[in-house]
Design a protein around this ligand. Structure first.
Ligand code: HEM
Length: 151
């Protein structure tokens, strides 16, 4: 669970500090639901995306898409257990949703901007640097994903 409050003080002290994880913990402490904030920003900055989501039952899909994206980002910024590989897979499945690779990549920046807004003064230079590095690395990952093989 992202930003779980069950984490003990000792675990906090011994765990290596990962500014990306830390930023999500700070956001969770604020009790703010990121989902509406992220999608409001996405639809404001890229209005063409709104029509891509089906009007019926898309709330669940949107919530799930964001949760899985965040899990993948945390894995990519942290232990790289393999969870982040879904990013490359989703580049391909999003072809089918009419989402270009360029647009696909924008979602990560939308999440970053939302986090910055939610964290306010807690958005430290260290967190900023870690997010910039992460976004650059994800850009390269998305750009290098293999195109879908035509049947
Ligand atoms: C602006 C960029 C993006 C747009 C417009 C977009 C659009 C969509 C749409 C329309 C669907 C729903 C398809 C349906 O109705 O079944 C979807 C599902 C999904 N998207 Fe995205 N997507 C974007 C970026 C991303 C990124 C960056 C990731 C993760 C790396 C991602 C992961 C997923 C996943 C996992 C689902 C399936 C959710 C579920 O049903 O559990 N998307 N996306």
């Amino acid at each position: 669970m992202i930003g779980s409050r069950n984490e003990t003080a000792t675990q906090r002290m011994t765990a290596p500090v990962n500014p990306i994880q830390h930023s999500f913990e700070l956001a969770a402490e604020r009790g703010e639901d990121l989902t509406p904030l992220v999608y409001d920003r996405l639809f404001r900055e890229h209005p063409e995306t709104q029509a891509m989501f089906r009007s019926d039952g898309s709330e669940l899909v949107r919530g799930s898409m964001l949760a899985q994206t965040i899990e993948a980002m945390l894995d990519f910024a942290g232990e790289r257990s393999g969870r982040f590989r879904m990013i490359e897979c989703e580049v391909q499945s999003h072809d089918g949703y009419g989402t270009s690779r360029e647009l696909f990549g924008k979602f990560f920046g939308v999440i970053a901007a939302t986090m910055r807004e939610v964290l306010g003064n807690d958005w430290s230079p260290e967190i900023d640097a870690a997010w910039r590095k992460l976004l650059g690395e994800i850009d390269r990952l998305v750009a290098s994903s293999q195109p879908q093989i035509e049947a």
